[in-house]
Every structure is written in structure tokens, then in C-alpha cells.
Design a protein around this ligand. Structure first.
Ligand code: HEC
Ligand code: HEC
Length: 236
């Protein structure tokens, strides 16, 4: 399988590249002998997944599919510690991602999976979610209420504006439809579009926030987060 051979070549290259004086003795352990997941990631994974875990590595351009970007919000629901550990152990068939079970112990794999989740998956999620929340408060809460369920009892709706629906009761709000609702709106129903005021990345951030944090997204909803449960970080 060419992908595997290429992977092997890249990995040997990585070993050569990373065998600097700091880890000349042992590539896997910190000087005090403990499992050091940052060092493991640097030595075994960053050659493909990049030092920031975002898939931006030199290997990226030569691999199909390219190495996963752990900071991609679309992958967040799937990238649980268990999933990361399983892929790290067994690899991902049909890709250059080979299994590491003969080289990394169960404890090392687990530590690495926790590190990837905390360092790349959750950190990015936190930032995007914070941004989405801010944008929601600024652009949406006046009509949709603080948590997307409409205005709180007693709050006065804007004059001439049809009350916005409880978004948790609208069926089929996949990512594309929420993005369209934000960007285009529905003038006839008193719903403004924000394509003129918000950058595309902001529209996506607010749409992801609405879906992942306000709506209880059920499995089976189509769209990029169809793999997972609700709040992608499992906390909100
Ligand atoms: C030779 C390059 C290479 C190396 C080295 C490598 N990976 Fe990967 N990895 C890939 C590719 C390619 C994929 C497949 C991406 C896809 O499915 O779209 C992948 C996928 C993954 C996935 C699954 C992502 C998903 O969304 O399904 C995880 C988790 C992962 N790698 C973790 C690691 C860890 C941890 C290490 C270090 C022990 C590592 N990888 C080393 C290339 C590599
Ligand atoms: C001026 C009030 C107003 C503002 C501001 C507003 N909306 Fe709406 N929104 C509405 C109304 C009214 C509807 C119902 C439209 C209809 O009846 O089809 C709606 C519907 C929706 C829907 C459901 C669309 C569908 O396909 O059924 C989503 C999702 C939504 N809004 C998200 C947002 C987000 C996110 C923001 C902030 C970026 C926002 N809205 C800002 C009034 C508003």
C-alpha cells in the first residue's frame, strides 16, 4: 500500500529530524522518566499533524487525505479521548495514519490522546465557542432571547417584529440551514440577513454556537456534526 510506505518514510524522516540532542537518549520520556505527551506528540505526530495540531505540516501536500486538523470544529464531536486513542492504536485504514500499538504503550497512547484533546480539540473549541457566543449576544439575542428559546417572559419584542421562534423547536436545523438563516434571513417574516454585516467566518461561528450550544442536536441531524451528540465539548 503506497500510503503506508510513504507514511513509513515520513516517520523515519521525523525520527531523524527530531533526534536532536534533547531527546537523543530516549525519544519518549522526559528527563525525569515520566510519560511526556507533548514530547510524544512532537516526536511521533507533529511531522504530519503539525506542531499546532492543525494539520499544517510539510507532509500535508503529499498525503491524500491530508493529516487531520484536530482544531477543525467539524471534527470536535468525533474526537473524543477514546476515539483518538483507538485511532492512534489501530490507525485509519485507507489513509497514511498507521497504528502505533507496537511502538506506544497503552499508557502512552492514553496520555497522548488526552493531550491532543485538551491541547488542540478543546482549546480551539473554547475560542470559537466564545466568539460565537459573543456574536449571538450582539446580533441574535434581541429577537431569539438569551438561549435561543425566544424572549424571556416579560421582555418587550421590537416593534413591528414577529416574535422569533424557539429554535430548539424548529426541526431539521442542520448547519447549512442555520448559516442560510443568518446570512440571508427571511425578509417577509421579519428576519434580517447578516451577510452584509458579518464576515463569513463569523456567520459560521455563530451558526456553530447556535447548533452546538443552544440546540440539542440529536444524532441523525444532517450536517458536519452528525457524528456526535450535542455540545461538542460535552460540558455545555
Ligand atoms: C504519516 C503521517 C501521520 C502521522 C505520523 C500521524 N498521523 Fe494521524 N492521521 C494522518 C492522516 C493522513 C489521517 C487521516 C485524516 C482523515 O481521515 O481525513 C490521520 C488521522 C488521525 C486521527 C483521526 C482523525 C479523524 O477525524 O478521524 C487521529 C486521532 C490521529 N490521526 C492521531 C494521530 C496521533 C496521536 C499521531 C502520533 C502518534 C498521529 N496521528 C501520527 C497522518 C498521520
Ligand atoms: C429582528 C429579529 C431577528 C434577529 C435579529 C435574528 N432573527 Fe433569526 N429569526 C427571526 C424570525 C422572525 C424567524 C422566523 C422566520 C420564519 O418565520 O420563517 C427567525 C428564524 C431563525 C432561524 C430558523 C430558520 C429556519 O430555517 O427555520 C434560525 C436558525 C435563526 N433565526 C437564527 C438566527 C441567528 C443565529 C441570528 C443572529 C445572527 C438571528 N437569527 C437573528 C428573527 C430574528
Amino acid at each position: 500500500m503506497p500510503a503506508r510506505r510513504l507514511a513509513a518514510a515520513l516517520v523515519s524522516a521525523a525520527i531523524v529530524l527530531s533526534a536532536g540532542p534533547a531527546f537523543a537518549g530516549d525519544r519518549r520520556k522526559s528527563p525525569d522518566g515520566r510519560i511526556d505527551p507533548a514530547l510524544l506528540f512532537h516526536n511521533y505526530c507533529s511531522v504530519c499533524h503539525g506542531d499546532q495540531g492543525d494539520g499544517r505540516s510539510r507532509a500535508r501536500n503529499s498525503l491524500v487525505p491530508p493529516p487531520a486538523n484536530f482544531t477543525d470544529p467539524a471534527l470536535r464531536p468525533r474526537l473524543t479521548v477514546d476515539y483518538i486513542a483507538a485511532i492512534t492504536r489501530e490507525g485509519k485504514p485507507g489513509t497514511a495514519m498507521v497504528g502505533w500499538k507496537t511502538q506506544l504503550s497503552a499508557d502512552e497512547t492514553r496520555a497522548l490522546a488526552r493531550y491532543v484533546r485538551a491541547q488542540f480539540v478543546e482549546k480551539s473549541g473554547g475560542e470559537a465557542a466564545r466568539r460565537g457566543r459573543t456574536l449571538y449576544g450582539h446580533y441574535c439575542a434581541a429577537c431569539h432571547g438569551p438561549v435561543g428559546r425566544g424572549l424571556e417572559a416579560g421582555a418587550t419584542p421590537k416593534e413591528g417584529v414577529k416574535p422569533a421562534p424557539d429554535l430548539t423547536k424548529v426541526a431539521g436545523l442542520n448547519r447549512e440551514r442555520v448559516i442560510a438563516a443568518v446570512a440571508v434571513g427571511k425578509a417577509a417574516a421579519g428576519k434580517p440577513g447578516f451577510a452584509q454585516q458579518m464576515a463569513p467566518a463569523d456567520i459560521e461561528a455563530v451558526a456553530d454556537y447556535v447548533r452546538q450550544s443552544l440546540l440539542a442536536v440529536s444524532p441523525g441531524v444532517s450536517g458536519t456534526s452528525a457524528h456526535g451528540g450535542k455540545a461538542s465539548d460535552g460540558k455545555r
